[in-house]
Design a protein around this ligand. Structure first.
Ligand code: SF4
Length: 323
């Protein structure tokens, strides 16, 4: 179990998210526990389809049918968001938590100026005049490094990097405590991606918000995250500090992920990747979900699913090698 303290901004407790499809039920998030402390950045990594985006959507209660949270609690500052009614949810989103979606820069409305889109968000949630909202929008653009004179530009007049910065500015508009970023820089080139992540780290320092960062780019994640959680087939398989995940992984799946890309620092190594394909969740096996692909599989692995257990004070691992 993840540790719980009064400093936790978010606590996800034993959460399951199921998709009900014509072919049957798929459990995309499977009894996941995690916490994020106030001011912390937690990275969530894993192959496509491992459940990380579904989990992020559930935290903002943005999931829609056929997805259903079938088990657990999601506590935000001690309040269970799963019990929120529509009005409480409206206050919660943007004010307390905001989300940067995958390819967020393409979610800007192409026929409305950047300034109007920012003012819309501000005025929907705060009782301010149009002038006051415009002043706040100018301030936000400056915060993300865009001159206020660009406020009346349309999205097509911005480069990809500027559009992504504008989206980040909108998410900051109401000073949320938690920002969920789902692959925030995937569509950008590497140089712009690095610049934006460095700016984000600086903004976090200045404004003190908390980040849940989802990415498949572990080296990028390691630069900005305090801790990283690794998900496989809907389950959390290892959670630890970024340094331990990147330079001393313990779970065989985490080792495979780390061996799939070059690290920015440390010795050169041969990239081996992970054999096989992600699990078909329509027909999961009885034991450990990673058993079919695991180079360290033992007899017990195919009959019993291991528990996520503390291995060290700041590391939890779900693997029979450590039970
Ligand atoms: Fe591999 Fe067994 Fe650990 Fe699963 S429980 S990751 S199969 S060693």
């Amino acid at each position: 179990m993840e540790s719980q303290t009064k400093n936790n901004l978010l606590e996800v407790k034993d959460v399951c998210v199921d998709y009900f499809t014509g072919k049957g039920m798929v459990r995309a998030v499977d009894h996941v526990n995690l916490h994020i402390k106030k001011g912390e950045t937690l990275g969530l990594a894993g192959e496509s389809g491992c459940g990380k985006s579904t989990l992020a959507f559930s935290i903002a209660k943005l999931h829609k049918p056929p997805a259903l949270i079938s088990n657990g609690q999601i506590l935000f500052d001690g309040e269970d968001i799963l019990s929120f009614d529509e009005e409480r949810l409206r206050q919660f989103r943007w004010n307390e938590v905001s989300v940067v979606l995958q390819s967020a820069m393409n979610c800007l409305n192409p026929v409305i100026t950047i300034g109007e889109q920012m003012c819309d968000v501000i005025r929907c949630h705060r009782p301010v005049s149009q002038e006051e909202a415009r002043e706040r929008a100018k301030e936000l653009l400056e915060i993300v490094g865009i001159h206020e004179s660009r406020l009346d530009d349309y999205p097509h007049q911005f480069s990809g990097g500027m559009r992504q910065r504008a989206v980040i500015a909108i998410t900051l508009a109401l000073d949320p405590q938690l920002i969920i970023m789902d692959e925030p820089t995937t569509a950008l080139d590497v140089v712009v991606e690095r610049d934006i992540m460095a700016e984000l780290a600086q903004l976090k320092k200045n404004f003190g918000f908390t980040i849940l960062l989802i990415s498949h780019d572990l080296s990028l994640m390691g630069e900005i995250s305090d801790r990283i959680g690794i998900m496989y087939a809907g389950k959390m398989v290892e959670v630890s500090t970024s340094e331990k995940i990147l330079y001393d992984p313990q779970h065989p799946y985490t080792k495979g992920l780390i061996n799939s890309f070059p690290l920015l620092m440390g010795e050169k190594k041969e990239l081996t990747g992970i054999k096989g394909s992600p699990l078909n969740l329509f027909n999961p096996p009885k034991g450990c979900y990673f058993a079919e692909r695991c180079p360290e599989r033992m007899d017990i692995c195919t009959s019993q699913d291991p528990q996520l257990q503390p291995l060290e004070p700041d590391r939890n691992v779900k693997c029979h090698l450590f039970n």
